[in-house]
Design a protein around this ligand. Sequence first.
Ligand code: BG6
Length: 520
Amino acid sequence: MNDSQTLDELLASRSNHSRRVVEPCTVVIFGASGDLTSRKLIPALYHLALEKLMPQPFRIVGFARREKSDDSFREELRQALDRFSRTKPVVEDVWNAFAQNISYCQADISDPEGYARLKSILASYPDEKLRRNLLFYLATSPSQFGDVTAQLSNAGLLHKENGMGTPERIVVEKPFGHDFESAEQLNGELTRYAHEQQIFRIDHYLGKETVQNILMFRFSNGIFERLWNREAIDHVQITVSEKLGVGLRGGYYEEAGALRDMVQNHLLQVLSLVAMEPPVSLEAECIRDEKVKLLKSIRPMTPAQVMENVVRGQYFAGEVDGEMRPAYRSETKVRPNSHVETFAAMRLFVDNWRWSGVPFYLRTGKNLPLSASEVRVQFRPAPNILFAARQGSKLDANSLTLRLQPNEGISLRFNGKVPGSATELRPVRMRFDYDSEFGAYTPEAYERLLLEAMAGDATLFIRRDEVETAWRIVDAIRNAWVNKPLTNREFYAAGTWGPAASDDLLERDGREWRNPQGLK
Ligand code: BG6
């Protein structure tokens, strides 16, 4: 290791000192026989155990209706782990020690006796913190959130408390409502029995390392932050593209569409981190205050402005990676004349001092040529003199790309001289690559999120006003689409970068989409 590497590691470990020690904690999973538990939650908790990050001691209780013993529940989870663990093989010793802490509480979610049973399981723990530091993970349908919290409260397991000590916490997953009203109602149900600070709403994008890095990158590097405004930036593109089609999720997707499924949560979250003002401190509330402020500064649109600034798309049959994909309308549980969008692109303006006049182009879609998420910050071009005057539109403007996944990294594009006697310029790239700098370490988003929830830190979770503000933005768009069927320019072949209407959106502004690139 050379001197500069040693220094880098020293600096890194110093900032690591601030990591909070997680107190002994019990995680109770409601709806524990479902997919989420075996696919995501248990693999994530197992990996935390593998990395020695689980609190000591800890307990996990699965709460669900199906008949099972502790042993058969553990056995089922063990088998699922073989399939879903991100590292293989599963380390038997670690699993055995981990599984000792798992038990099962068989009960119907609406039956008070189940909660009494849960209470006696908790009461049997010798460590007081295991009895009191409780994380209730609601891996159930949102329609059951209200019932579970009411039952927990009646059983004396959930106390509405405002941040003193470590009160019980509730973790919920998306979909968090399907519009502003339903989200507000859901929030109302949850906050009847729990304080807002006890509610941890997951958006798994916030658990991704690279998404967290957006804030660190922005607020720890003087050179970029100085350029992060309308003076230097021409526009920003945020792309979250997926190679997968809707597959077996047609039933869900018919109700959701790309706007509810991806824009309301993941894309608006990424946008708010890219564009928010520096928070007063790193406290969860300060960061979330700034994110909400940003969402509130997004310029509202009338229905006519929606039609001008937002584009939908739906895929028809086509090839992705040499594999034929059916049209969305032929997918299982999709109406044959469906007008649900599998693609959405939009131009948003953030009406604040920093961003006035800078367009933010967002797009997401299924069955696109590549699965990639990235933020591309396009800087203003150089003045139209000297080389720019000579090269005209061939001279590339600088850009900075934050690649969120895969091939996580950051690259800066600028012009360089092509060696030789001619005065020839071409774009070159400077690239930071997570894998080569830090080794292949890609923890699942759920690992980080569960750890933070156990520690009671809400920074990476979505606050009530964030969810509701995001729904207002999305609702305005949806309302403008009512009774407006898709037009021809809004269909795209699977395996292409979306409909022609999406290209039109940028072309009108004299710009073009820059598509994420494949492997390095
Ligand atoms: C989920 C959506 O929230 O995010 C899915 O419901 C989508 O439709 C997924 O595929 C994308 O997540 P990731 O982590 O694969 O980018």
